[in-house]
Design a binder for this molecule. Structure first.
Ligand code: ADP
Ligand code: MG
Length: 700
């Protein structure tokens, strides 16, 4: 306890306490989020440079970072648009050109023929043989290194910013390590029942910042060294604790209405439904019902693959709220999906006598006024909409439940904002969050530790896997023919246009062009078009015609990515799939394979494919399991990307690699349980140390 409180009395001093850190440097360090000596101590290397092993020039590979030594053969200033200083060195095994775009005339003088240089840099293919651009270099006595020159260890390279040199960072961190000898408390160790953690925190930090010459390099670079793993354990624990605390804080004292329901509406709903729930749906529904029947606000995430039937879970939850005399709000990330949910909920709930209201940013003023009135006086039991639902001055009569569909589009900040928005004086609504795309278990346990998680791990019966093929766009004609044939047989198809540009206008243009070309190529077919720039009413009518089977081929932008449900559509063409991520492709493909006919998906790519794109399309061809795809995606892209760019900041894990270190999670969770129960101050010290003052998602 005292450890937690004194932690860093010395180490919590500002960085200006260090030799060589003046106000100007402190300002730059602050840009990296480094304010105290302690912060600097936990500013960990990105990677290491191996300056101990001398590489013969003849053995250099392009792309390799290496230390070489050689004699200067010739140095000269090459004229041209950009003057360069070129210096060729050789060591008997080969020759290498050093290239300097910025140089001082005196430099040319120093690089006389015969002078010996030690250079460190990245070798790359140049105009003639290998070259190094702006290598670090020093003049040395001979091509053979002296003993003391090879005795040093690996050189750490730190995340940095403009105007901060690696050498300065290294020097300051060295000072910080000296202060840590006395000032650093291993806050964790004394509070664990387990065997002592090996190595100690201080030993681990020292090794990572200043690896000794005899360190197991492979293990260190791979992150498997016990010192790195010791830090990973702490970092994971700190992040996990910060989320758990967030959840505790959100719940502390917060009360939600007890929504037990009467079962009256649920029963009638189930009787009218033309399918019965899968076992997984029943289980998840039970978990949701139990949460809602408690005074603690529900914060539950429902994970389920595309098409696993999450909407019906939301409908059942909404019915329980209405049965208990409260309202439910259902929020979707796109206009298109919100509209579809609205129609779905209205068709399901109106026959039960429930008024379903619709709110979006695009309503006519008069309609909106009417909707707001119905929501405000409680006539509407259920309200469906986009985020307009919460941005606007919507007054709910008695809001008891908020359902957020396809949550990964919103991000953690919005999730918290919602929680706040929902606050009423008396009680907070229950929250049910549904993901569009499964998140790998390891990531979910870490990133969503502030939520309870339910998993629908079963698809409704009768689904056939989507056959997926990748075809180069040189064979576009064949694909168009296949579409014509499928539509002639009564099937329906999506043709998805992708663009990297975020611009709605460009996306819409591309889709319009494609639709025109396809209509021309397929004159007997009715071709529809949806994109984000269309008026809601037009979009809705096109979607309705497609759902009714009047439109056979629907050309669309990725607006149809989430949630759209037209079971008769069994063929999907995705143009330039190499532009999209795995999760998005899986999501898109999930629009087909919803009925009982065999479905297929054509990935119409533009060759040549990058290696990553090949990997991605390969994964997609091999499997249709969203959880497996998510796992592979995590490996290909890393957690920041996977959780959406908005959250990458929060995911700046310094030493942890969630794929590599997943095995530590059970231990982390057990440790977190102990600390939260017995040592809340230690937990806080750890969070401060690793997650920082900003408190992760603290400010919304
Ligand atoms: P998602 O989980 O992707 O949101 P939806 O809720 O849109 O999936 O459901 C996909 C389709 O499966 C819908 O047409 C829905 O009516 C249907 N469905 C859901 N549950 C079942 C079930 N238990 N049996 C048969 N069909 C179901
Ligand atoms: Mg859905």
């Amino acid at each position: 306890m005292t450890a937690a409180r004194d932690e860093g009395v010395a180490l919590s001093q500002p960085l200006t306490q260090l030799r060589g850190v003046a106000a100007r440097q402190a300002e730059r360090l602050a840009r990296l989020g480094l304010r105290t000596v302690m912060d600097l101590l936990f500013h960990l290397p990105l990677r290491y440079e191996d300056r101990t092993r001398l590489v013969p020039i003849g053995g250099l590979q392009p792309g390799q970072e290496a230390l070489v030594r050689g004699h200067v053969d010739i140095a000269e200033v090459a004229p041209g648009r950009r003057r360069r200083l070129l210096c060729r060195i050789s060591d008997g095994t080969g020759a290498l050109t050093l290239v300097f775009f910025h140089f001082h005339p005196s430099q040319l003088k120093r690089l006389r023929q015969g002078v010996c240089l030690a250079c460190y840099g990245e070798a790359r293919r140049g105009a003639v043989g290998l070259e190094m651009v702006h290598p670090e270099h020093t003049i040395v006595a001979s091509v053979e290194p002296a003993d003391d020159e090879t005795a040093q260890g690996l050189t750490p390279v730190y995340p940095s910013t403009e105007g901060l040199h690696q050498a300065s960072l290294r020097g300051w961190i060295e000072q910080a390590l000296l202060m840590a000898e006395r000032g650093l408390h291993d806050v964790l160790q004394p509070h664990l029942d387990s065997d002592p953690l090996q190595p100690s925190l201080l030993q681990a930090l020292k090794l990572v910042h200043a690896p000794p010459a005899n360190v197991d390099r492979e293990a260190l670079i791979a992150g498997m060294h016990p010192a790195v793993q010791r830090l990973v354990l702490e970092e994971l624990l700190a992040h996990h604790l910060s989320l758990r605390k967030l959840r505790l804080d959100a719940r502390r004292g917060a009360r939600a209405p007890v929504l037990r329901g009467t079962g009256r509406l649920v029963e009638r709903f189930m009787a009218r439904l033309d399918f019965s729930l899968t076992g997984a749906q029943q289980r998840v529904d039970g978990e949701v019902a139990a949460d809602m029947a408690s005074v603690a606000p529900m914060l539950r995430l429902v994970q389920g693959d595309v098409g696993s039937g999450k909407t019906v879970i939301a409908a059942l939850a909404a019915l329980r709220a209405v049965e208990s005399g409260l309202q439910a709000a259902v929020m979707a990330p796109t206009e298109l999906l919100a509209e579809q949910h609205f129609r779905n909920f209205r068709d399901w709930l109106a026959p039960l006598g429930i008024d379903v209201a619709w709110l979006s940013g695009k309503l006519k003023a008069s309609v909106r006024r009417e909707m707001l009135a119905r929501v405000g006086d409680g006539r509407s039991g259920v309200v469906v909409g986009t985020h307009a639902l919460f941005q606007e001055q919507v007054e709910f009569h008695r809001l008891g439940l908020v359902v957020v569909d396809e949550q990964h589009r919103f991000g953690v900040h919005q999730r918290l904002a919602l929680r706040e928005k929902g606050h009423s004086e008396t009680a907070q609504p229950h929250q049910l969050i549904m993901t569009a795309t499964p998140i790998p278990r390891t990531l979910a346990m870490t990133a969503y530790a502030d939520l309870d998680v339910s998993v629908i791990d079963e698809l409704p019966p009768g689904r056939t896997p989507v056959k997926t093929v990748a075809i180069p766009d040189t064979r576009r004609g064949d694909v168009v023919e296949a579409v014509a044939k499928a539509c002639a047989e009564g099937r329906q198809a999506y043709w998805v246009c992708t663009l990297i540009e975020e611009s709605d206008a460009l996306q819409a243009q591309a889709a319009e062009d494609t639709a025109a070309l396809l209509a021309e190529a397929l004159p007997t077919l009715r071709v529809g078009l949806v994109h984000g720039r269309m008026k809601s009413a037009d979009k809705e009518s096109v979607m309705a015609d497609f759902a009714a089977g009047d439109i056979k081929l629907l050309v669309a932008t990725t607006v149809i990515e989430v949630g759209v449900n037209v079971p008769n559509a069994s063929l999907m063409i995705i143009e330039n799939p190499e532009r999209l991520g795995l999760a998005q492709l899986h999501q898109l493909r999930g629009r087909v394979g919803r009925g009982s006919t065999a479905s297929s998906c054509v990935l119409l790519y533009h060759p040549p494919l990058s290696e990553t794109a090949q990997k991605r399309l390969g994964v997609l061809r091999r499997t249709g399991d969203g959880f497996e795809i998510a796992r592979q995606d995590l490996e290909i892209r890393g957690p920041g990307e996977l959780l959406g760019t908005r959250q990458t900041g929060a995911w700046a894990l310094r030493v942890t690699d969630l794929v590599r270190d997943a095995a530590l999670l059970p231990r982390v969770h057990a440790m977190a349980d102990i600390l939260l129960k017995r040592e809340p101050l230690v937990a806080e010290a750890l969070i401060r140390r690793w997650v920082g003052e900003a408190q992760r998602y603290g400010r919304v």
